[in-house]
Write a protein that binds this ligand. Structure first.
Ligand SMILES: [Zn+2]
Length: 336
């Protein structure tokens, strides 16, 4: 069997004709396998959805309980038969519940990794290498210029700023699924014990993480209705980046805007966003992690989904591994 017969790019996403399912489809389909809960991968309106328990729960939190027709939870490592195609889910280390999906038929294995990273993250299970013939990788930070620093060193910059500017409210922009909880957990691991204030839109996902055993310490709502801006002096307020553009943010005491994202490596992006304190914390692989993963797996072929495909495809070819870009559309790095 040729890899293309097992899995191929289609307008709705990666499609498996033998099993009649899609992986992370970008439009409603009859059967979807979902790698993780970020909005560009997990969409509402499918018939049947197969995903990890956490991803299903996260989708229900974001879209409501009736986000699909029927759902099935896949345990990590469990082999599930879909019309003669064996599928299994394996940790991707990206956000809580994130999984790579291995698709196997007639001795051929393709692994669709979704989004993944190799760095330590106490808020989710670590990436697990899955031997395969074809490895499908993202390339969000697929350029040699991308090297992500140690996330604890980045949090150290935030703690230094808190000491330097004890009057100012430190607003930390972080995407609501994954990044926000990771930033809070990192602050705790770096010794920040004070209550952390969260924007209302983060509350349910933070509660869910806590319910799954991830201790986030004391969290308080960042509402100004019942308190005065002075109450937030020297406090950390975490919220989605979009919230910091609106009036809500300007009511805090001399707000200092930080933003936790892999894109903060690009100085221009930080400047344009009015970010005073860029924190380079990413939930994706940087270039060394991407290339080390491909070397480690040594697949016979690499397919590159979204991001900066060309450089990674070129690198694979120079390394002697056939590679091609899939040109899938509709993935926008919600959780970079
Ligand atoms: Zn993602």
């Amino acid at each position: 069997m040729k890899p293309d017969q097992l899995l191929r790019p289609a307008p709705a996403g990666l499609y498996c004709p033998a099993g009649d399912f899609y992986i992370d489809p970008v439009r409603p389909v009859a059967r979807a396998l979902i790698t993780h809960g970020h909005a560009d991968h997990a969409r509402a309106g499918h018939g049947a959805v197969l995903a990890t328990r956490e991803t299903l729960d996260i989708m229900a939190i974001r879209y409501g309980e009736d986000f699909c027709g029927t759902m099935q939870a896949a345990a990590l490592g469990e082999r599930i038969d879909l019309s003669g195609v064996a599928v299994s889910f394996h940790p991707a280390g990206h956000v809580l519940g994130s999984a790579q999906i291995a698709v196997e038929k007639s001795g051929l294995t393709i692994v669709a990794s979704g989004d993944y990273k190799r760095g330590t993250d106490p808020t989710c299970a670590p990436y697990e290498p899955v031997p395969c013939d074809v490895f499908i990788t993202e390339a969000t930070f697929g350029l040699p210029v991308f090297h992500h620093p140690d996330p604890k060193a980045e949090i150290g910059k935030l703690l230094t700023s808190l000491r330097q500017f004890p009057e100012r409210t430190h607003l930390v922009g972080a995407y609501s699924l994954g990044k926000a909880q990771r930033v809070i957990r990192l602050l705790r691991d770096c010794g920040h014990d004070a209550p952390i204030h969260i924007h209302g839109s983060l509350a349910r996902l933070c509660d869910y993480y806590v319910g799954r055993g991830i201790d986030l310490g004391e969290l308080r709502p960042a509402t100004l209705e019942k308190s005065s801006p002075a109450d937030f002096r020297g406090a950390v307020v975490v919220g989605p980046p979009s919230a910091f553009a609106d009036r809500w943010a300007r009511r805090f005491n001399e707000p200092l805007v930080a933003f936790a994202s892999g894109w903060m490596m690009v100085r221009q992006r930080a400047k344009q966003g009015g970010v005073e304190l860029p924190l380079v914390i990413s939930d994706h692989c940087d270039w060394p992690e991407l290339t080390a993963t491909i070397r480690e797996l040594a697949p016979s072929e690499v397919w590159v989904t979204h991001g900066r495909e060309e450089a990674l495809v070129r690198w694979c070819e120079l390394t002697g591994i056939p590679a091609r870009p899939l040109h899938l559309v509709g993935y926008e790095d919600e959780g970079d």
